[in-house]
Design a binder for this molecule. Sequence first.
Ligand code: APR
Length: 235
Amino acid sequence: MKKHIVVLTGAGVSAESGFATFRDTGGLWEQYDVNDVASIEGWYRNRQLVLDFYNQRRAQLKEAKPNAAHEAIAGLEKDYNVDVITQNVDNLHERAGSTRVLHLHGELTKVRPENGIYDRTASEAEVIDVGYRPVVLGDLAPNGSQLRPHIVFFGEAVPNIEKAINLVEKADVLLIVGSSLQVYPAAGLYRYAPNGCPIYVIDPKSVPLADPRVTFIQDVATKGMAQFMSLAPWN
Ligand code: APR
């Protein structure tokens, strides 16, 4: 039976692909007010500003490439049963070849009607993949309402959190790459790992996890993944 490795990633795994993280020096939340561009109140206050913010990030994603960390995570699938749970809205895990990726905070290339039924039914039926093209005011969904980013804004529920908990509860190994673990409920996922499940954390900065199961690999994602692989089979 192949070991089940669950990989929880944050913005740090895409840093070496040229994407600013959120909370590092010079990060996105230093350049923009998170309440303006990533909250549900911000959306209803100024839709155009929010659409522009995600149009810029979608255009950047078109030019970006997965890095060696995304590729190493995808490569785990050769020998192990792998699930990626990502807080990232980019598609770099998929483009590196990961086949089971659960997005907790939405996906940059997707939009949905602003007054749809998504949040209540968590149905993917209303979600439209626009690829890398911009979305503007007046781009309407089939139900006639404005198309909005398929992103979990601050102030909104995280429809995929139960699925994520179910995956972590079944992990033989939990690997956390590039997250400051400051945003719940994603930040609390590691607590659901089984008692005997080793937890590895890859981050150039120390991440406060007072958990005896944690082995900390203090490095950037690409180098940290090489160190993680050298520790296989992690029991
Ligand atoms: N390799 C690995 N980790 C890195 C690298 C790198 N090259 N560069 C930075 N990091 C680490 C930082 O030290 C930090 O711990 O990545 C982490 C990034 O933390 P955040 O910027 O807080 O990003 P994240 O944890 O993904 O934020 C969670 O917050 O704003 C919301 O929805 C947004 O999904 C995001 C959520």
